[in-house]
Write a protein that binds this ligand. Structure first.
Ligand SMILES: *Cc1c(COP(=O)(O)O)cnc(C)c1O
Length: 368
């Protein structure tokens, strides 16, 4: 018997997955580093969240509340929801994974879009399913393409609205059209990680669609506007049947106690979140205009990041820009894996970082 053949092996498909690559953190040689690669807020979390986190340090021998009641209560109050329709996760990433593991198996398909968040595809394949990728139109989710890709095997559709890394969104009537066109047994997952940043009259994060239908769920995160990416807190608003399913398979204590405490405090500090939105709106416009003025195409964004496209000739490639910026301490995100080999994604940062990137790219483009 050949013992070498007897090593433990994963299920088929797992080794086809390319592991998620987080945004870079280091800029060797730079005096000061500005990390603009992971859509983290430059303002940090609310001081009330930090205080709640510190207080939680005195009770670490106790298991956390496995039902996350206080956190759900805070979310329910702020958004006007029934806490029974909320489920919390160790980051929204955990919820995306749980949804796939519960609703997808071998032979099943999950639909994702051309420039969609890579975690969806990873989790569909990890659950044994097949990820079906559909085209986008002008760097926007295309509802017709999604509907055309639905088969008997489709179990789940993932869209981020607004989307990452494009920063674009589809209006609520398009979301309604998508839901209306899907079979009743296909789950529509609306990932609204950047919802708080959007200021558009025709945008809706998904609350209404979830409330009105049995096959729609919305995921949210405290990693972005609330500045708690390091604590890993996400939540989902979903029909009771979906909450019930995920409650059966999640870890019983999937959120830790300091995260539960800090998360509730952060959500209740809406004044702090509003200030973060104001900072972002002002700088999103300014940075976008400045980069357009130096000849770069910037995808119109409603989020806290910008997708910057480089000419791709005469040395003006995304790769060269990345090296140039990193040498000056500005870390942006390479997005080749998202189908943009000649673009970089920049998170809106503090004033110093934003002005620094504008100055560096002006120089890079040979305009100074
Ligand atoms: C950042 C982000 C999330 C949030 O992930 P967490 O696990 O909650 O930190 C989810 N979806 C998209 C599209 C994101 O960009």
């Amino acid at each position: 018997m050949n013992l070498a053949l007897k090593n433990p092996g994963p299920r088929p498909g797992i080794l086809d997955i390319a592991a998620y690559v987080p945004g870079k953190e280091h800029a060797p040689g730079a005096v000061k580093v500005h990390k603009l690669s992971s859509n983290e807020t430059p303002l940090g979390p609310s001081p009330r969240a930090i205080e709640a986190f510190q207080n939680a340090a005195f009770n670490l021998e106790r298991y956390p509340d496995g039902r996350a009641s206080a956190l759900k209560e805070a979310m329910a109050e702020v958004h006007g929801l029934n806490p029974a329709n909320i489920l919390c996760g160790n980051g929204s990433d955990e919820l995306l994974g749980l949804l796939c593991h519960a609703y997808i198996g071998p032979g099943d398909e999950g639909i994702v879009t051309e420039h969609g968040f890579l975690v969806y595809k990873i989790q569909i394949i990890a659950a044994g399913g097949t990820a079906v990728t559909v085209k986008e139109k002008d760097e926007r989710v295309d509802v017709d393409q999604i509907l055309a890709a639905v088969t008997e095997r489709t179990r789940i559709v993932f869209i981020a609205n607004p989307a990452n890394p494009t920063g674009t969104y589809i209006p609520v009537d398009e979301m309604r059209r998508l839901q209306a066109g899907l079979p009743a047994d296909v789950l529509l997952v609306l990932d609204a990680a950047y919802a708080e940043y959007v200021r558009r009259n025709d945008y809706e994060a998904g609350l209404e669609l979830v409330s009105a239908n049995r096959n729609v769920v919305m995921t949210r995160t405290l990693s972005k506007i609330y500045g708690l990416a390091g604590l890993r807190i996400g939540w989902m608003y979903a029909p009771h049947a979906v909450v019930d399913v995920l409650d059966r398979i999640r870890g019983p204590f999937n959120l830790n106690a300091p995260a539960l405490a800090a998360g509730a405090a952060a959500v209740r500090d809406q004044a702090f979140a509003a200030a973060a939105v104001e900072h972002n709106l002002a700088w999103l416009a300014r940075v976008g205009e400045a980069l357009t003025a130096i000849g770069l195409r910037v995808t119109p964004s409603v989020t806290n990041f910008l997708l910057i496209h480089f000419p791709g000739r005469e040395g003006k490639t995304a790769e060269a820009a990345d090296a140039f910026l990193t040498g000056r301490g500005f870390i942006l995100r390479a997005v080749g894996a998202y189908g943009f080999p000649n673009a970089l994604r920049m998170t809106i940062g503090a004033q110093e970082a934003n002005e620094g990137v504008i100055a560096a790219l002006t120089e890079f483009m040979g305009l100074k």
